[in-house]
Design a protein. Structure first.
Length: 71
């Protein structure tokens, strides 16, 4: 997922995407532990997607806090 797609999402969509990503990462780790994972690169991409979502959520939080401080 591209960062521009993430920036276009609402806060609710970001939370849902974060939850889905964490669940998928959990399942991928479980598959890796039981030697059932075919595409090991998927773990890396899911981790990066989670990080991108968390980064956008935090930047929105910082922007909201700075806007509140300026008032």
């Amino acid at each position: 997922m591209k960062y521009t797609d993430i920036k276009a999402m609402s806060d609710e969509e970001l939370s849902k995407k974060l939850e889905e990503g964490r669940a998928e990462l959990f399942n991928l780790r479980f598959q890796m532990a039981t030697s059932q994972l075919d595409n090991t690169a998927r773990v890396k991409t899911v981790k990066r997607d989670i990080a991108r979502v968390q980064t956008e959520m935090r930047s929105r939080q910082i922007a909201a806090e700075s806007a509140a401080d300026q008032k």
